[in-house]
Design a protein around this ligand. Sequence first.
Ligand code: HEM
Length: 150
Amino acid sequence: MRRPFLRLAGALLLGAAGAAGPAHAAGVAPAADDSLYRALGGQAGIAALMSDFAQRLKQDPVIGHFFDHTVARGLADSLAEQVGALSGGPVVYRGARMDKAHADLGIGRADFNRLVEVLQDTMDARGLPFHTQNELLALLAPMYRQIVTR
Ligand code: HEM
């Protein structure tokens, strides 16, 4: 289902990300409390969301090629840990730093925007409310500067 307003909101968040400075060492400020974590269904809900997301990324006609050598399960686990931690859950992210993980991939703005669209589609498919979707996007948007390299 197309949701132009949400896509616009996502684009605005991404635009704002370029101007905002990193709030801590990882470049992204975690949530102040666990309300988003709970709205996402806790770690089980986040794991299910990221499992769906990773599979959609691999199958995506636009950016799927980036993930040709990626095992969906491994990416989903890493994303679930990252989102669990960022959204205020009792989780520690043990994966690579975002700049290191994406340094050699040659990711452009359009690729990043497409990934956001795929995430929005995944959240739509799982029936997550609009404000929950936007809260998650707002947490991820500041990573733009570490991920886009061309
Ligand atoms: C806010 C946006 C993004 C987030 C939160 C994100 C998050 C992550 C995380 C957590 C990992 C795993 C790091 C590790 O554990 O080593 C990863 C790896 C990766 N990401 Fe991203 N990423 C984002 C954007 C993108 C974009 C736009 C692309 C390409 C279109 C991309 C392509 C990849 C690839 C190819 C890997 C390597 C997977 C592997 O190990 O096989 N990412 N990303």
